[in-house]
Design a binder for this molecule. Structure first.
Ligand SMILES: [Zn+2]
Ligand SMILES: [Zn+2]
Length: 269
């Protein structure tokens, strides 16, 4: 599921998955998350989720994967056999391993897993990442009051996802939002989140034709980009996961112009 093959069907499926994740998060007991906020680790760019003790409910994790599979098969009946095969492999031991490897964004493990069991490469990491997110979002919710900034270049301070989305909020304040764990933090208007460049000569804002609320901020020092969405006029504000999905055309424009969002660690997108 690369961005280059994004279709309306894919976007709609993603929206339904985001809805499911919101429901799943509601059933989690917040006590399963025991964050240990280590300021020194945060300052060196270690994502806080990596230091957090999470008591995963493995049968529930597997149940969520069954729900995702049902949703995918409803829309893509031809995938039933292949997803069924993945499901047969998914016992509790494998689920624990998936959680660990999705947490660490270990693409190598999932490639090996797919090869070994002759699966399509996207399946296992996509399912694992999708069912992991409600936990990451709960970690973010707990830590949000402490998250006031990020180390440039280290990605999201909670989950490590590369930065790619910001919103202009009241008084034009720029707030970076993580579409993966949904944490947010304020950022200077003219600074590159990837390399910390503050030189207005090498940071450009590109407007997008036919889209008055969006801009691309690009940095000519590190070739990183950030989608900046002015949500002040929005009647209802969508979650940053939806905002990220709805602004995928901006990722294409940025990438077509030679910019990237740091390393694309997240195979699920
Ligand atoms: Zn995050
Ligand atoms: Zn930069």
């Amino acid at each position: 599921m690369k961005k280059s093959v994004v279709s309306k069907e894919y976007t709609n499926l993603q929206k339904e998955i985001i809805k499911l994740q919101e429901q799943w998060k509601q059933v989690l007991n917040p006590d399963v998350i025991q964050p240990k906020l280590d300021q020194a680790a945060l300052a060196s760019g270690v994502p806080a989720a990596a230091l957090t003790a999470i008591d995963f409910d493995i049968p529930l994790f597997i149940q969520w994967i069954d729900e995702i599979n049902r949703l995918i098969v409803k829309k893509n009946p031809e995938l039933e056999g292949k997803l069924g095969k993945v499901r047969e492999l998914l016992n509790e031991e494998v689920a624990i391993r998936w959680i660990d490897e999705a947490f660490a964004v270990n693409q190598f493990y999932f490639q090996q897993f797919a090869q070994e069991h002759e699966l399509e490469g996207w399946m296992a990491p996509f399912l694992a990442e999708t069912a992991l997110r409600p936990y990451l979002q709960l970690v973010a919710e707990k830590l949000q009051p402490e998250i006031t900034h990020a180390v440039h270049g280290a990605g999201c301070p909670v989950c490590g996802e590369p930065v790619r989305l910001a919103q202009l909020e009241e008084n034009g304040k720029k707030v970076v939002h993580c579409p993966r764990c949904l944490v947010q933090w304020p950022e200077k208007r003219v600074v590159c989140s990837h390399c910390g460049n503050e030189d207005s000569k090498t940071i450009q804002f590109i407007s997008v034709e036919g889209d008055a609320t969006s801009q691309l901020q690009v940095c000519d020092q590190c070739h990183g980009y950030l989608k900046v969405i002015d949500t002040r006029q929005f009647i209802s504000k969508p979650s940053s996961a939806i905002l990220d999905l709805n602004s995928i055309h901006l990722d294409f424009i940025a990438q077509d112009n030679g910019y990237g969002a740091a390393t694309d660690q997240n195979t699920a997108n």
